[in-house]
Design a protein around this ligand. Structure first.
Ligand SMILES: NC(=O)c1ccc[n+]([C@@H]2O[C@H](COP(=O)([O-])OP(=O)(O)OC[C@H]3O[C@@H](n4cnc5c(N)ncnc54)[C@H](OP(=O)(O)O)[C@@H]3O)[C@@H](O)[C@H]2O)c1
Length: 354
């Protein structure tokens, strides 16, 4: 019998590439869709990314609804799935705490409950900042005893999206440990386009960064020459996710998907500027000052920068020993990231910049 998977967030950027990989491998895949009428469009997109559309099936649901709002017959379809890949999230700046909790935190807990009730693995997608313990401590998260965290303060500091990613991470681990269920977590850096095609979707943080540079909104490089924005290619990320999802030794473990040789933000902006035939800024502006400036009414909109996005620009270096182990085991390799970034910039220029 072929392997079956259930994917939430399959219509999103990472989700489409994950579906391409799973279906190209011959895995029958059920996708949670708020609008199942978009299934044919999704199948075409996944086909263009190298997947097999015949293996993609939709179930109607919404992660903000109890039990995802699944019908009894759809629940039956999912009962043969071997893994739940939970990617769905409201991924946007400026989310209210209430909305972020209702969708991202409760949604992740619902995915956890479903996986636990079916006794299958939950593959969660977190974010690399969850592995930055200094950052977590700095924003008031007690990572050793998360129940001591005052979450409204955390949301106030980092905004709805990041606050809910952090809260959902600890809530899911707690729940899965309490019920003795199986989970594994992959923490991606900021996701870059595909290493061959440069394919990326509108709305991704990297697209916004490229657009802001193209439109001359970067007057200075945020942070110091040591600051960086770690990236990972979407193809490496989904390859790692599939390895982790089916590897018994990854039960209840977490791993980073991050290219540790990502250059400094200044170097990255210079690299992005080349195919756009523009000049990158050379001066630096301290993040604290920039954050303060963005509080001036109208300035954040004028520069199209959200203070929330600045948290991801940092100086921290990460322990990648678990990622390296997996890379050795599965012969996983990061693609040439300078070339991948260049392809992504060209893709953005050709598809999203007027
Ligand atoms: N991209 C990055 O740089 C990055 C970095 C670190 C972590 N991550 C994490 O990776 C995951 C995937 O990110 P992405 O970039 O692929 O996001 P994305 O392109 O914004 O896609 C989000 C997906 O979530 C679905 N979704 C949103 N609200 C939903 C709801 N209420 N019910 C059901 N589905 C819902 C969307 O479905 P619709 O088509 O219906 O809108 C879409 O399929 C997220 O958990 C994100 O936090 C991403």
């Amino acid at each position: 019998m072929s392997v079956e998977c259930f994917v939430t967030g399959g219509s999103g950027f990472v989700g489409q590439h994950l579906l391409a990989r799973l279906t190209a491998t011959g895995y029958k895949t059920w996708v949670l869709m708020r609008t199942p009428g978009n299934l044919e469009r999704l199948r075409k997109q996944v086909h263009q990314l190298g997947g097999d559309p015949a293996y993609i099936h939709a179930v109607e649901g919404d992660i903000s609804r109890e039990g995802f709002g699944l019908s009894e017959s759809d629940k039956q379809c999912l009962s043969t799935a071997a893994v739940i890949f939970h990617l769905a999230a409201e991924f946007t700046w400026g989310l209210s705490m209430e909305r972020a909790r209702a969708v991202n935190v409760q949604g992740a807990l619902r995915a956890a409950k479903l996986a636990a009730s079916q006794r299958i693995r939950l593959l969660m997608v977190g974010g690399f900042m969850l592995q930055n313990l200094d950052h977590l401590a700095g924003i008031g998260v007690d990572h050793e005893c998360p129940e001591n965290t005052h979450w409204p303060d955390v949301y106030r500091r980092v905004g709805g999206y990041e606050g809910s990613k952090i809260e959902s991470h600890f809530a899911v681990i707690r729940y899965m440990q309490d019920v003795g269920a199986d989970y594994a977590i992959v923490h991606p850096a900021t996701v870059c386009g595909h290493s061959e095609s440069g394919h990326i979707l509108e709305g991704q943080p990297l697209v916004e960064l490229i657009r802001n540079l193209a439109h001359g909104r970067f007057k200075a490089v945020p942070g110091s020459p040591r600051h960086w924005l770690p990236i990972v290619s979407v193809d490496y990320l989904v390859a790692m996710m599939t390895c982790v999802a089916f590897d018994p030794s990854m039960a209840n473990r977490q791993v980073l998907a991050l290219y540790e040789h990502t250059m400094s933000l200044q170097g990255m902006l210079e690299q992005i500027a080349k195919p756009l035939e523009i000049k990158a800024p050379r001066q630096h502006v301290p993040i604290r000052l920039l954050r303060w400036l963005l509080m001036i009414p109208g300035l954040a909109r004028r520069f199209a920068i959200s203070a929330e996005s600045l948290d991801f620009i940092q100086t921290q270096r990460f322990d990648r020993s678990s990622s390296e182990q997996l890379e050795r085991k599965y012969q996983l390799k990061h693609p040439d990231m300078a070339r991948t970034l260049e392809k992504t910039v060209r893709y953005v220029r050709d598809h999203f910049l007027p």
